[in-house]
Design a protein around this ligand. Structure first.
Ligand SMILES: [Zn+2]
Length: 146
């Protein structure tokens, strides 16, 4: 199968949400990638012009991918909440380190991977904010915010 066909199943104006969605699919062994990621990330103003970052999925896996994306959209974290809006619709994501700091990249290559290759952040789907550390909810005091 040399000419596998890919179909856009979802588009994003948000780099972080695009990566979260792709990560969710890849965990389920869905063959997928992000189209126009470079353009949108470099210049957010262009996001509308190119229609955002498109999540491309192998045609034969599209029905399963859509199911996974639907499930992930409704996920609420049981123990952590967004510090900005208190929503539980947050998810941890590894953001690939951008190679803007050439010196840091060089140090990593010379001295081994002592610093993290990817930055871990939490993304809130309710308000769109990112944070390093969400609010931890102890299971005993947990209330249903919805
Ligand atoms: Zn929030």
């Amino acid at each position: 199968m040399s000419n596998m066909e890919f179909i856009p199943v979802q588009s994003f104006n948000n780099y972080v949400e695009a990566h979260i969605a792709m990560g969710n699919l890849q965990q389920q062994h869905i063959n997928c990638w992000l189209k126009d990621e470079y353009t949108v990330t470099i210049d957010p103003i262009l996001a509308n012009a190119v229609g955002g970052i498109k999540l491309m999925v192998a045609k034969v896996q599209v029905p399963r991918a859509v199911e996974i994306l639907k499930q992930a959209a409704g996920n609420k974290h049981p123990h952590y909440a967004c510090p900005h809006c208190s929503s539980h619709e947050i998810q941890m994501v590894d953001i690939p380190q951008k190679e803007t700091n050439l010196f840091a990249v060089l140090i990593n290559k010379l001295f081994g991977n002592k610093t993290k290759a990817a930055e871990q952040i939490w993304h809130c789907f309710a308000c769109g904010n990112n944070c390093k550390q969400p609010v931890e909810i102890s299971s005993g005091a947990m209330e249903d915010a919805s």
